[in-house]
Write a protein that binds this ligand. Structure first.
Ligand code: 23J
Ligand code: MN
Length: 262
């Protein structure tokens, strides 16, 4: 590789012709976590407690202890998260090859359909229609489903009803297409899971989790600002914490976007 690629990148970052877009929600105790059917154990929200704040507990310093789930806030899902990926090599966040943490990202805009249909589904047909316009999804890409769901606040985000949560997501066929026909690196959403709110009613239940992680692919959830990304051409930076045997991790997700793309 020519050394000019990295020096060109440094220059472009310096003059902001390449911009860094933050795709992360703020970790806040009020940010919702997924609520599973009541027979299952639940994951914890973010919590923060003061150790000291320039006071008698520590006169010149302020710091906090934090408590969270691997699956709190904007977070990464590793193959070990699901039973289908249980026996794969390098399936936990501490063993994934870090080359996977930097790479190309495609954004499929489902915001219009999701505005009028809380159970909007991404289908293979919609993926093919996106490719007609933007070209084939390259292998080893991240594919993100834009729904603008990240702009919802309070109860509207989980959108719980008597029969559970309602939010958009991919069909089982869409996920299988992305894995088997396009060999993607991973799939990300703005909602609380990579699956639709009603994902437990598909066969298999939670198909995005089941198929992605069974194929050694990754997930990203609770993403924000996908409306600031071009359909293709951006680079995603998504490196989970190196938790021993971790099944996922909150993380800072960023995209590098060329100025004339936004
Ligand atoms: C456990 C069970 C079902 C789901 C999830 C976790 C998640 O969405 C997650 O955070 O991975 S759907
Ligand atoms: Mn998760």
């Amino acid at each position: 590789m020519s050394e000019t690629i990295l020096s060109d990148l440094a220059k472009a970052l310096g003059d902001q012709s390449i911009k860094v877009i933050d795709l992360t929600h703020t970790l806040d105790p009020d940010f919702p976590v997924i609520i599973l059917p009541p027979e299952f154990n639940q994951c914890a929200r973010f919590r923060m407690e003061e150790i000291s704040a320039y006071d008698h507990r520590g006169p010149a310093w302020k710091w906090h202890n934090i408590t969270l789930s691997e699956h709190t806030g904007t977070h990464f899902d590793a193959p070990a998260h699901w039973i289908s990926g249980r026996d794969l090599p390098n399936n936990s966040v501490d063993t994934i090859n870090p080359a996977n943490f930097v790479g190309p990202v495609m954004v499929i805009d489902c915001s219009e359909g999701s505005a009028t249909n809380e159970d909007f589904e991404l289908t293979p047909e919609l993926i093919l229609a996106w490719e007609e316009e933007h070209g084939e999804i390259p292998k080893d890409s991240w594919v993100l489903m834009r729904t603008d769901w990240s702009k919802k606040t309070g109860a509207d985000y989980l959108n719980m009803r008597d029969d559970g949560p309602h939010s958009p997501g991919p069909t089982p066929d869409a996920i299988r297409f992305l894995i088997h026909e396009r060999n993607i690196r991973g799939f990300g959403t703005e909602t609380v899971g990579t699956d639709a709110g009603q994902g437990s009613h598909y066969t298999p239940p939670y198909p995005a989790h089941f198929y992605l992680h069974g194929a050694g692919k990754f997930g990203l959830q609770c993403l924000a600002n996908l409306d600031l990304l071009p359909p293709r051409g951006a680079i995603l930076l998504a490196a989970p914490l190196k938790i021993k045997d971790g099944t996922g991790s909150p993380l800072r997700v960023m995209a590098l976007v060329q100025g004339n793309d936004i």
